[in-house]
Design a protein around this ligand. Structure first.
Ligand SMILES: [Zn+2]
Length: 55
């Protein structure tokens, strides 16, 4: 396994706020606006479901 590949793979295990952001197009990601919540999803429906279940 190449070192750069391993590095990239290990970054996928980091918490969302410590991952390099360049891999993500943030306008495609829907983020939860709850306080203390870092939930985010590519799918708007998933965010709706999350917010409804968190009440
Ligand atoms: Zn939330």
């Amino acid at each position: 396994m190449r070192l750069q590949h391993l590095k990239t793979h290990q970054q996928t295990h980091l918490p969302a706020d410590q991952r390099p952001q360049c891999d993500y197009s943030t306008d495609k990601v829907h983020k939860c606006d709850h306080d203390q919540c870092d939930y985010s999803t590519e799918y708007k429906q998933n965010l709706k479901t999350h917010q409804q279940s968190a009440r």
